[in-house]
Design a protein around this ligand. Structure first.
Ligand SMILES: [Zn+2]
Length: 293
């Protein structure tokens, strides 16, 4: 039996009050994830919690080992992932406390590994052709593979439905849809960058939603982002600009109800074998050159 079938990538506020949480360490071919994984149960579903920044919040967004995080969750049996994160609002009406469930993503990160399919085989036993005769075989897993997956719709439709319904069930009307633009950070945007993001029609800006989403897709995981607006971004507000303290304050004020929404969403997700969303068939039968856990 799998250790978990649902993953939540978020801080300790999401699991620390659960009874019977089991802490386990997981290693992956891509190194260590951000922290231990914490296994617990919500509404009969086995859930794996992973603190994205580490439990003491020591990892800045650009230093997170996103590949190890998603790989670790999949290796435990996880097939559906909920990814709450703090964001800045790019419209005046998306003030602090707004919950937005995006349906689109713009990647403005600059220096992050965002694929498992980088033409390099995983470390492992040499192929049958290790003698050097004949140049290898197509099926050895040691031949570089070039894989391009569709990412037109970056989020799981079933996961989004569950998240929106869970928020409504808690009387927290969410913004259903919108575009999350992910910047490299760790600095916040300049006013010019922020105004440009807003002028493109994008909704919220964050630093961790990518490459988390695309790596989940590459592993055929359902991925749903739940963005909590903690501040109006620099180009939208008139004051001195966002501060890290302000972000933490607003997040702390909302973490209780965000946790309720997450737990209700967990309970509403389809069973692993009942998934009928496009995420399940993300690879469309392609030979990936790597064996997924
Ligand atoms: Zn899905």
């Amino acid at each position: 039996m799998a250790d978990a079938d649902i993953g939540v990538i978020g801080g300790s506020g999401f699991y620390s009050f659960l009874d019977d949480v089991t802490e386990i360490t997981v290693d992956t071919p891509y190194g260590r994830p951000s922290d231990s994984v914490f296994l617990g149960e919500i509404a009969g579903r086995r859930v794996a919690f992973l603190p994205r920044h580490g439990r003491d919040h020591h990892l800045p967004p650009h230093r997170i080992n996103y590949r190890a995080n998603l790989w670790a969750l999949r290796s435990l049996g996880v097939r559906q992932v909920l990814g709450p994160c703090a964001v800045g609002g790019l419209r005046p009406e998306y003030g602090p406390g707004t919950l937005l469930i995006p349906d689109q993503l713009v990647d403005r990160t600059k220096a992050r590994v965002q694929t498992y399919f980088d033409g390099e085989p995983l470390p492992g036993p040499a192929s049958a052709d290790a003698t050097g005769n004949g140049g290898g075989t197509e099926r050895s897993g040691r031949v570089p593979h070039v894989v391009h997956l569709s990412f037109a719709d970056p989020y799981c439709p079933a996961g989004r439905r569950a998240a929106v319904a869970a928020a409504r069930g808690r009387d927290w009307e969410p913004v259903d849809g919108g575009t999350l633009v992910v910047i490299e950070g760790p600095r916040f945007s300049t006013r010019a960058e922020s105004r440009w993001h807003a002028a493109q029609g994008w909704s919220v800006v964050g630093m961790t939603g990518h490459p988390e989403a695309v790596l989940a897709r590459e592993l055929s995981l359902c991925y749903t982002s739940l963005t909590l607006v903690t501040d109006l971004d620099a180009g939208t507000e008139a004051g001195a600009g966002v501060s890290h303290e302000e972000v933490l304050d607003v997040f702390a004020q909302n973490v209780g109800r965000l946790r309720e929404v997450l737990f209700d969403a967990v309970a509403a997700l389809p069973g692993t074998t009942a998934r009928d969303c496009p995420c399940v068939d993300a690879h469309a039968g392609r030979d990936l050159g790597i064996e997924l856990p």
